[in-house]
Design a protein around this ligand. Sequence first.
Ligand code: M6R
Length: 608
Amino acid sequence: MCGIMGYVGERDAAEVLLDGLRRLEYRGYDSAGIAVACDGRIEVRKTAGKLSRLAELLRKEPVRGTVGIGHTRWATHGQPTDTNAHPHADESGRFVVIHNGIIENFLPLREELERRGHVFRSDTDTEVLAHLIEEEYRGELAEATRRAIQRARGAYALVAMCADEPGRVVAVRMISPLVIGFGEGEMLLASDIPALLPYTREVLVVEDGEMAVLTKEGAHLYRLDGTPVERARMYVTWNAEQAERGGFPHFMLKEIFEQPRALTETMMGRVGPDGRIALEDVHFPDGFPEELEKIWITACGTAYHAGLVGRVLFERLLRLPVEVDYAHELRYRDPVIGPHTLTVAISQSGETADTLAAARLCRARRSRVLAITNVVGSTLSREADDILYTRAGPEIAVASTKAYLAMLVAQVLLALYLGERRGGLDPKVRTELVHELQRLPARVQEILDAHEEIVGLARRLCEAEHMYFIGRGLDYAVAMEGSLKLKEISYLHSEAMPAGELKHGTLALVTHGTPVVVVLTQHDVYEKTVSGLQEVKARGGYVIAVAYADDEHIAKHADTVLRIPRTHDLLSPVLAIVPLQLLAYYVARERGHDIDQPRNLAKSVTVE
Ligand code: M6R
């Protein structure tokens, strides 16, 4: 996820672009840049770091012109450095592009272009687009762009400029968002509406597979085969703050709804047509996967809960012993760890102090450290031997949602990858998992489409004083995360435990009406979990089950059932947590709390 901005008009383009990028900074903030057409050339200013650094650079080296494009980056390919910041240009500097999203086949494209003599400056996937457009240019930027993108695969939004056509900006949408703003004698373009609002409220959303050509007189919209598109403009009534959240009342809800995309992007380019897994930043030495004796997962909070899922995945698929430790515990233990152990350090931010310390300890004991993180260039990613980036985009709400789902999928990819390298993974299981993995985004979407059903339940539960979450195996891991989500934003006391543990003490707290969430997706322990559920019912507890849509038995036992689409049992956490995230959200809303910034908490805990 990155922020894109374009301007064609009479004002100082640099000023408009910078202002728009400020409103898009929530989409990415590791580097930023602008390109402005002036005196027959395109001037680029870009830098690593937040927008304030770009503003500083522009004060020292101003650019004057009335047409330009701007970008605030959330890195996916290449570290957040000055060189990797957008815009990117071809060698001549006449063709300049910015882009949001992923070009899946950028490596073969880059190799092909290099063979033809193109010289690349950055490590990004974006730069191939500038060179492709340059190769295809025969005097019309729109045509060249259309031809160039026919060779690129992926999900992206692209904006291009050419020094020879200074009054024109060309944009293409392939899945990643793009909105056109219609001003008085000026036209704008952005990844999201907030950037446009100071200039206009008349907008038009570019749809997938469409190209827009902007001049200061207006915008022309085409399908990629060149057919013109006519669509009515919309009038935006949101204020700037609402618009930044995409019309959602909170970032948390917006991020919950971004989960299908987060999953798609985390898998993009990593699952081949033959089901083989490619992990671009994992470089295990020859023999390492085969000689692996143990996996040690370490993390905190939600990332630790993702690790609980990873434990079951790695054990089942790789038949290797796996430990999961809170990073703040591991760092003060004296773990028996060595060169045949793979440490998997999981952290959305890649900056959690305890996780960094635990990873350093493991590395000092000669364990190879693989980071699963959402932030390219974070400390964890820089210090790790291998990196598996989740591509959830910036997560703003303190309560982690989309990053958690992406961590789960990242671990499935890692397990399949290691399984391929080590051999011994049942090909039938592998095929089933790959097949089901690719269906997860659509299945998450199904749950989200039915979100209103959870509002009524949340109203019923919002007065509760305590709540319990139980499950076995993977369902226990989901129960842990469901409980954390609820307590951190609703301040309702809740506890999670393995379903079999309830009767060893906590059952004493279950009385008439006590809400107990039971997660029931694992067929091998289903009957056992139902017994636990009956213990709750027998004490008058109010049972909320999370179960598959085709589970015909559960309605007999539970007071309320939150249904999820059926999937492979090993993937069920990706779906089972979604209704619980929504439940936490709606309970907190009923209780009137500050959902995005709950009391006493911070997004990243960078101190011990
Ligand atoms: O950035 P990290 O993933 O390392 O953060 C770890 C925890 O602080 C984080 O998951 C925290 O538990 C979230 N607020 C949970 O929603």
